[in-house]
Ligand binder design. Structure first.
Ligand code: GDP
Ligand code: IMO
Ligand code: MG
Length: 426
């Protein structure tokens, strides 16, 4: 029996999961996505080429690694086809290396329209959704009326599709959202569904458990981040799935006893895209410099990401919920430009108490971060620095002492090669 290791984001997404899954993939027989869908944008860089994956697992560029899109994922066939088309020139053997769960839910075009209608109706309270149809698709899953990948081969698929679309039309009408060309959308969908049929559609829970039984190693690739989790994130400013370790169990059909290492990935600072609380957000010139230096623009939507200092109370919370065993620190190079680096260790609440927990009131109350200042390293780390400068080492030691989990990897740039293993990983 082998274990399933999990790699997931501890912040608000975009921590660099794609890069590290790609770096780790040669050590694994299988890489599996367990939740989310095309709202994810996972960037990988090697040989001077940058790839952004949305639904395809980030182990896809490693020849010997099998990739699974698990049952917990919501799959848009249109986005899927576009992704495969883009990857065609790289000689990837999808027939051997890519598997899709029959139980993954399908995003249909009206899910995307509903996402937009709901967001528009929310006005100033909008979530800042990627508008990929994620929320409405998970709604239909929980409401027990969704369509699944395995349904596409059934003879009455078209009929069931039309029935679901009709339900959506009546909601869209209530929202005065009727300005779309349905026959075009429908055609694009069915072309993509036909395309999807040529791939290996499987009972992925059996597949993964057989791998575990045979001693093959599995890495579960998270999407989004723990602070966007539907239960534990800053609800309602969250995504619609469980992004935490438990989500890997339900999203792949893996029993908790099979979970091994939990790699918690975080940026050396914080970013968030979309609305919702962000206690350490910097709305000044410092935040602007961070955004520029870190190229903090969304991989899926291109939106500017909000930037701020590292937030330890939030990280502690994510570590607790996920059972993180190793921390991976990303984008250390982005902080090269700062003389002083601030780390938030506590929150001051409106009633003047100081806590190191994430309070329920984070949505409604003004939270003031309490910072510790640490000296910056002012070095150019992004190429070839195999030895960490002492200030960066001190920064990491401080984080480790606060979080009580070892930082085993430090990332210094977007390329595969710009990665330093700090302590022995498995
Ligand atoms: P993901 O969603 O967690 O996979 O992360 P994204 O791909 O959305 O965003 C991470 C961004 O940071 C991408 O543009 C990466 O190429 C880039 N990146 C990853 N690691 C590093 C790093 O260590 N330094 C720098 N400067 N960029 C990085
Ligand atoms: P990866 O996997 C960052 C955010 C959106 C919005 C909220 C809800 O690349 O880290 P949704 O489209 O799910 O209804 O949006 O969640 N969001 C992400 N932010 N990275 C992501 O994915 C995200 N996926 C969703 O910006 O605030
Ligand atoms: Mg991303």
């Amino acid at each position: 029996m082998s274990k399933v290791d999990v790699l997931l984001g501890l912040q608000w997404g975009d921590e660099g999961k794609g890069k590290i899954v790609d770096v780790f993939a040669p050590r694994y027989d299988v890489v599996a996505r367990f939740q989310g869908g095309p709202n994810a944008g996972h960037t990988l860089e090697f040989d001077g080429i940058k790839h952004v994956l949305h639904q395809i697992p980030s182990g896809i560029f490693r020849e010997k690694t099998l990739n699974v899109i698990g049952n917990g994922v919501v799959l848009d066939p249109i986005v899927f086809k576009a992704e495969i088309d883009k990857l065609k020139k790289y000689n990837i053997s999808f027939d051997r290396n890519l598997f899709i769960s029959k139980k993954a839910q399908l995003i249909i075009p009206t899910h995307r329209l509903l996402d937009r209608a709901y967001e528009t109706a929310k006005g100033d309270n909008k979530i800042g959704s990627t508008l990929k149809g994620i929320g409405p698709t998970y709604q239909d899953k929980i409401g027990r009326q969704g369509l699944r990948v395995g349904d596409i081969v059934s003879s009455n698929f078209k009929e069931r599709f039309s029935k679901l679309a009709e339900i959506h039309f009546s909601i869209l009408k209530q929202y005065n959202f009727t300005d779309f060309n349905w026959s075009d959308l429908e055609k694009e969908f069915f072309d993509s569904v036909n395309f999807l049929k040529q791939f290996q559609l499987i009972d992925s829970e059996y597949f993964i458990n057989e791998q575990i039984k045979n001693g093959s190693s599995v890495l579960a690739e998270g999407a989004q981040g723990s602070l966007l989790d539907i239960d534990f994130g800053s609800y309602p400013f969250v995504t619609s799935s469980n992004t935490v370790t438990a989500g890997a169990c339900t999203g792949l059909g893996v029993a908790p006893k099979h979970i091994g290492e939990v790699f918690g990935i975080f940026k050396a600072y914080s970013t968030r895209v979309g609305s919702g609380p962000f206690p350490t957000e910097l709305l000044d010139d410092v935040g602007e410099r961070m955004r520029k230096q870190g190229n903090e623009f969304g991989s899926t939507t291109g939106r500017p990401r909000r930037c701020g200092w590292l937030d330890l109370p939030s990280l502690k919370y994510s570590i607790m919920i996920n059972g993180v065993t190793q921390l991976l620190m990303m984008k250390a190079d982005v902080l090269n430009i700062f003389d002083t680096i601030k780390v938030c260790t506590h929150y001051k609440l409106e009633n003047e108490t100081t806590v190191d927990r994430v309070p329920y009131e984070i949505i409604t109350e003004k939270i003031t971060p309490v910072y510790t200042d640490l000296p910056g390293w002012k070095n150019n780390l992004s190429r070839d620095s195999s030895k960490l400068p002492s200030e960066l080492e001190s920064y990491i030691l401080f984080i480790e002492s606060q979080l009580e989990v070892p930082v085993t990897l430090v990332s210094m740039g977007p390329d595969r090669e710009q990665t330093i293993l700090r302590k022995s990983t498995k």
